[in-house]
Write a protein that binds this ligand. Structure first.
Ligand code: CO8
Length: 260
């Protein structure tokens, strides 16, 4: 299929998928999510000879700076919940994909971008990478699995802190906390991801697929948390606080939340 916001290339069985909206720091708008859905649920599973995939962001500044806040303003509670559910389908397909997927994080990985990186099997961060779940600043909760996967990587205490404060962490701290697997010089993320995939691809492909399935199985005992997140995202999207939070971002000012 033809994509407008994704660029795909393949070399020696390793696919490189680039989210390509650099003017919006690669924010995941509706069209991009639709294309990711088509890619991961239809196109990628049919690619013969594929050994693994790399996901990265176009430009030097961002991996993905989140869901597209400018499209948010039209969302009501039901539409918010439906979008969150659609995103969960995409990110679950990434997490369950039987070939290894590495996020090559070249810059901001915020909100939906951090959630996308966490859905991948491994993460290689460049020195400029920054991670965070800043949704509470907009008056909403994460909606693409962030509340659940952040706990899986960081543990409850640090996940709670980052989710409540909306603070960002740099690549060095992300490495120390186990959120990323490798820290590399800026600009080398894709090259190092490719080298790691080449190494993994020396191993048995059936065993690799089983490892992915089994490691994921360990964390799938609590699917209820994911379902609750989808509902919470819908509920918070229906608040006046959220309209204020998203409008304040667009108008480049601080939001004045009223708790309604
Ligand atoms: N959505 C839309 N546009 C964005 C986004 C975004 N998430 N992030 C950046 N942009 C745009 C900016 O508006 C700006 O556009 P313009 O030039 O037209 O003003 C352009 O990208 C460049 O950004 P900045 O000028 O802001 O660049 P800075 O270097 O000053 O700041 C930051 C970089 C810190 C990354 C800043 O852009 C920022 O804070 N971005 C928003 C980060 C954020 O809050 N992300 C979370 C979004 S919510 C989310 O992801 C929820 C996921 C679940 C969704 C579930 C269903 C919908």
């Amino acid at each position: 299929m033809e994509y407008s916001n994704l660029i795909y290339s393949e070399e020696n069985g390793i696919g490189l998928l680039t989210i390509n909206r650099p003017q919006a720091l690669n924010a995941l708008n509706r069209q991009t999510m639709q294309e990711l859905h088509t890619f991961f649920l239809q196109d990628a599973p049919r690619k013969a000879g594929l050994k693994g995939l790399i996901i990265t962001g176009a430009g030097e500044k961002a991996f993905v700076a989140g869901a597209d806040i400018k499209e948010f303003l039209q969302l009501d509670a039901a539409a918010g919940r439906d979008m969150a559910r659609f995103g969960h389908e995409v990110f679950n397909a990434i997490e369950q994909f039987p070939k290894p997927i590495i996020a090559a994080v070249n810059g901001f990985a915020l909100g939906g971008g951090c959630e996308l990186a966490m859905a991948c099997h491994l993460r290689i961060a460049g020195e400029k990478a920054r991670f965070g779940q800043p949704e509470v600043k907009l008056g909403i909760t994460p909606g693409y699995g962030g509340t659940q996967r952040l706990i899986q990587y960081l543990g409850k205490g640090k996940a709670m802190e980052l989710l409540l404060t909306a603070d960002m962490i740099g690549a060095e701290e992300a490495l120390q906390l186990g959120l990323v697997n490798q820290l590399v010089p800026a600009g080398e993320e894709v090259k190092e991801a490719r080298a790691l995939l080449e190494k993994i691809a020396q191993n048995g492909p059936i065993a690799i697929a089983k490892i992915i399935e089994l490691v994921n199985a360990y964390f799938r005992y609590n699917d209820d948390g994911f379902e609750r997140e989808i509902r919470a995202f819908g509920e918070t999207t229906g608040t006046q606080d959220f309209k204020e939070g998203a409008t304040a971002f667009i108008e480049k000012r601080k939001p004045a939340f009223k708790g309604r």
